[in-house]
Each structure stands twice: as structure tokens, then as C-alpha cells.
Ligand binder design. Sequence first.
Ligand SMILES: [Zn+2]
Length: 98
Amino acid sequence: MTYRTLSLQCHCGRPSASIREVGFTSDHQLVLHWRCPDCKAYVYGLKPLNDCFQVCPTQEEAEEDSTDLSKLSETAIREMDAKFLQELGVKLPDCAEL
Ligand SMILES: [Zn+2]
């Protein structure tokens, strides 16, 4: 199965260690919820499901060997991740006090 991995980060830069909840809103958005182990913030990522189609690998990509991903440079992958994160519009509630 070919799929695109999302890399999610807290505003403090810490990658999410584990997603706490995955859900859907009444206005058809994907919700990813986790708690940052570093700054203890509750982080919510929202993504309209329609936009997810644009992130999905294409049929051509799916038919290629997944090792073809190695053709992409680190920089290209990073740029894709950054672009997605930006589009995801990660919303941060007020940082919880420790
Ligand atoms: Zn954090």
C-alpha cells in the first residue's frame, strides 16, 4: 500500500510522538489531536477532507515501487512537509501552563 506520511510538529518544533485522537468534524474536516510531550500544549491539526485528495499519492506514484521515494532529495521531502503543514493550518490553543 502506498501512502504519504505526514510529519506533524508542535509550534515548539517537537514532532508529535503519538497521535492521541483522530476524528472528523461536522463540516468534514480531518482532526489530528495530540499533546506535545515537551511544552505540554494540546495541538490540533485540521484538514478539510477535500484537500486530502490533493495530498494523496497519484495512481502513477502508487504503481511505482515505494523505494522510488528515495529519488526525492531530503530537501524536496522537507519542502513538501512544510507546505502540507502550512496548508493543514495547525491550530494551537493557548499553551497550557505547566
Ligand atoms: Zn510543544
